[in-house]
Design a protein around this ligand. Sequence first.
Ligand SMILES: Cc1cc2nc3c(=O)[nH]c(=O)nc-3n(C[C@H](O)[C@H](O)[C@H](O)COP(=O)(O)OP(=O)(O)OC[C@H]3O[C@@H](n4cnc5c(N)ncnc54)[C@H](O)[C@@H]3O)c2cc1C
Length: 463
Amino acid sequence: MRELVADKRTEGFNEVVSGYLEQEALSEAGRCIQCKNPTCILGCPVKIDIKKFILQITKKDYPGAYSTIRQTNNFPSICGRVCPAEYQCRRSCVLNKGKLAYCSPEAVNIHFLERFIGDYGMQNNLEVPMQPDGRFSEVKMAVVGSGPAGLCCAGELARKGVKVTVFEGLQSCGGVLRYGIPGFRLPREVLDYEINCLTKLGVKFITNTIAGKVVLLEELFQQGFNRIFLGLGAGVPSFLGIKGENLCNVYSANEFLTRVNLMSAYKFPEYHTPVNIGKHVLVIGGGNTAMDAARCALRLQKMSSIEPHVTVVYRRTLTEMPARRLEIQHAQEEGIKFKFLTQPKEFDSDDQGFVRQLNCLICELQDADESGRRKPVVLQGSDFSIPCDLAIIAVGLGANQVLTGATPGLKTDKYKDIIINSATMETSIKHVFAGGDIAGGEGTVIEALGMAKKAAISILQNS
Ligand SMILES: Cc1cc2nc3c(=O)[nH]c(=O)nc-3n(C[C@H](O)[C@H](O)[C@H](O)COP(=O)(O)OP(=O)(O)OC[C@H]3O[C@@H](n4cnc5c(N)ncnc54)[C@H](O)[C@@H]3O)c2cc1C
């Protein structure tokens, strides 16, 4: 895959991965051996007919391939850019060499082919036709949250002629796709295109409206909405619980990324939300959020003419890192350093209350724990410190309780995620459905889409 070279890409927020040209897509699609029993499909959370759409590419039937993917995945241009395919469809490709935790390079680049087709659809305005069904004219749908789950549910229902209004707490729609994942991974034009398609289908978006504060669920019912879908995501950052976490210049990755991506800190002073970017940035964590935060920080340093110096601190090793392999590779190419087997102990400050250094302990790995990954155990007395003047904590996200806490009768589990009937996606409140991260914990974009689609089908079947 063609990419911007590391030095060039870190000068700004332009997209890193270029996407296939037609000949490249044809040649990659030609590598698929069209297995009799295509295991790749089993590896896809929404079971895209991968074998069929790749065959359609080889025949240059791009509209057909688009239609095949859209049967099960609403946003191919988005998933083709962000899906952790190496753990999903590509890992199940029979061309893989050996048994691996993630795919080997021989596996067909299914996600890049998906992106090629999604972008073809976008460039040629191939919209999925409306199939209005008179039966659903009485359904008045409120969707709360405009992340992938909310957008997908809204689109599925709008296409059937359902009147849909999306309520979003932030000033712009897209959820993590807007405020979390940076534009160099997912250009905003791609997201805006998908949201515009929904607007064209008649979906109404009401932003700056936090359900549970500005409007309660029972008020939505009183306003005439008779079905509600909750796609609230997992927007509350977890912290380490160590001394010094509240020092100046210690951010949660959520706040940092929101400032940079949603509020365009990288365009300061054109936009008025600067980030006080440091000379030595530490990012704590090993997932996609950590990679995005580190890569944004490095770009901000370069854009501020600061010699880049970003280190990711992770308590396991590269093998256990849950981030997409491509993001790790890109981060390494861009000059981000990794400090593995390192457990943060406490932050120290200077006399002004700004973070000065992270005190740490060295870890070693024991056998796998319940998460399937090897468990880090600290070595007592192995203390050392790393200087930093900006620290970003990216150690997980949990449920936001603004709405669930304000809605009696809406049952949640021990993680405060909404409990759903997994067959219907209905919550403990009749006619209220949920999907995405709020109903399954931190997941992936494609998993959120899968749940939302299931909810939409269930809403239609029971209306
Ligand atoms: C930084 C980062 C990078 C990631 N990278 C990847 C990746 O590369 N690939 C991948 O597959 N997954 C990735 N993920 C995970 C993926 O983004 C999520 O699984 C997915 O976005 C979940 O979708 P969702 O619709 O459930 O929630 P979200 O995307 O979180 O959207 C929820 C929306 O609901 C709104 N909301 C919440 N409460 C209310 C309320 N009370 N009233 C009104 N609106 C409300 C929020 O403002 C938000 O817009 C990443 C996550 C993060 C944080």
